[in-house]
Design a binder for this molecule. Structure first.
Ligand code: FAD
Length: 444
């Protein structure tokens, strides 16, 4: 019997090296990833996912799960293994009366945003529309609505999941509450989610981005004033700060809601000093959600790291401004995005997601095209992350790169990590789902 025969009947496609569509399916966001699975199952539905999981186990093939392909480590693509490409399962069904969305496990954020906005509804999703609902939501899911409605995972009412044994289970507050807890922040460690049921909110039709640009020598004073304003920011506002490769510092906020309040907040930005340039731009929520799609496009070589900051003292401001300066000549982009609001309202024990008391998430990242620059680029990003490390209280699991088990320990509080290990022991003791920020089972 050939390998192809042994996989059994599929509603979707089986792709092998050389097949049309194989290269497209294995190509993910980070241009550094060039792995060749032995087979790719482009799953058309739950039955295909079950078949693929059982096949991978029967043939002892390493299993990768692809949704949006945005994992910087390229976890979706196993070298010589079996990749389940969920992207054909990209459907979103909105029930406007119940304010619910049923979202298939391979959907991209843009599909969810567009389907919900047709009814004037939205839920928290990330800032780039070609990110996968799957990976983003399983890690937590930060976005411009999170300060109003919580993280993406806080808005999931139920999950349908295929286990490592190929069983189909449901998790909600009422059914398998332990699994429901773990899927809210524990990543793709417990199985393959084929459907997320989201709560939607009557929100998000109007949005605004305010940006004030300062030269580096004015950055410290401006950032102090920005930090102090953030403490009083309404929940419609998510404060942002960025220093680009050009060294300019852009401070501002993203607003989702009635722009009148945004105007009031924008006037208070006079406290930052006189900017070299400024802009206040109104747009639709759907346009906001696509605003960074080009700069964050697929195919460039990429490396990024992050930290959670509970406080942003003056020393951290210095490190943020000066920590990215690299003698290799490459300056990574560094940024901050505010947390707080509804994220912090959720009781800590409610979900695996940790560090709800975060004030800002720090991120440093760089993109390039020439492989000869790989080491210098990554070193520059590591250096800027190291400068901020003394001020960090943890890290977002979806911002981890190549930190391994040490990174996973920073992503979760010790008690939550112990609970996640226990859950892993019961759902995936043989660590079938290990191409991720891995919760290692204690058995197996
Ligand atoms: P993939 O590479 O397809 O999947 C990553 C991993 O997630 C897989 O290896 C698998 O373990 C797991 N997985 C994916 N789908 C499923 C599923 N259905 N069932 C089980 N496991 C699954 N994060 C935020 O919170 N907010 C943001 O605004 C944000 N913006 C981003 C912008 C860009 C350009 C990028 C590259 C990342 C961003 N992230 C953001 C981080 C993002 O959440 C993670 O990279 C996430 O892992 C991407 O998910 P994906 O489905 O696109 O990736």
């Amino acid at each position: 019997m050939t390998t192809a025969n042994r996989i059994g009947r599929l509603d979707g496609q089986l792709l092998r090296p050389g097949d049309a569509g194989y290269d497209e399916s294995r190509t993910v966001w980070n241009g550094m990833i060039d792995r060749r699975p032995r087979m790719i199952v482009r799953a058309a539905g739950v039955a295909d996912v079950v078949t693929a999981v059982r096949t991978a186990r029967d043939l002892d093939l390493e299993l990768g799960v692809r949704c949006g392909g945005h994992s910087g480590m390229g976890f979706a693509v196993p070298q010589d293994g079996l990749m389940i490409d969920l992207t054909p399962m990209g459907g979103v069904h909105v029930d406007p009366a119940a304010r619910r969305a049923r979202v298939q496990g391979g959907a991209l954020l843009g599909a969810l945003d567009r389907a919900a906005q047709r009814h004037g509804l939205a839920t928290t999703a990330g800032n780039v529309s070609h990110t996968g609902v799957g990976g983003l939501t399983l890690g937590g899911g930060m976005g411009w609505l999170a300060r109003q409605y919580g993280l993406a995972c806080d808005n999931v009412l139920s999950y349908t999941m295929v286990t490592a044994d190929g069983d189909v289970v449901r998790a909600s507050r009422a059914e398998r509450p332990d699994l429901f807890w773990g899927l809210r922040g524990g990543g793709g460690n417990f199985g393959i989610v084929t459907e997320f049921e989201f709560r939607l909110h009557p929100a998000g039709t109007r949005a605004l981005v305010a940006e004030y640009t300062f030269p580096l020598d004015k950055a410290i004073a401006a950032l102090r004033a920005w930090r102090d304003l953030n403490a009083e920011a309404p929940r419609e506002a998510t404060f942002t700060a960025a220093i680009g490769a050009d060294g300019n510092v852009v401070l501002g906020f993203v607003w989702v809601g009635d722009p009148v309040g945004a105007g009031r907040l924008a006037r208070r930005f006079a406290a930052l000093g006189r900017p070299a340039a400024s802009s206040v731009t109104e747009m639709s929520y759907v346009d906001l959600q696509c605003r960074d799609d080009t700069v964050a496009r697929h195919s460039l070589r990429r490396y990024a790291k992050g930290h959670y900051l509970k406080e942003f003292p003056d020393g951290a401001i210095e490190a943020f401004v000066h920590g990215g300066t690299s003698d290799g000549g490459f300056r990574p982009n560094v940024g901050l995005q505010a947390y707080g609001g509804a994220i912090a309202d959720v009781p800590d024990e409610d979900a695996a997601f940790s560090h709800r008391g975060t004030l800002f998430e720090f991120g440093t990242g760089t993109s390039w095209t020439d492989p000869a620059e790989d080491e210098a680029r990554m070193t520059a990003a590591r250096r800027s992350a190291a400068a901020m490390a003394p001020f960090a209280n943890g890290v977002y699991v979806n911002s981890l790169a190549d930190e391994g088990a040490e990174g996973v320990r920073r992503a979760y509080t010790p008690d939550k990590l112990a609970r996640l290990v226990a859950l892993k022991d019961s759902y995936d003791p043989h660590n079938v789902f290990h191409l991720n920020q891995n919760i290692q089972p204690s058995v197996g």
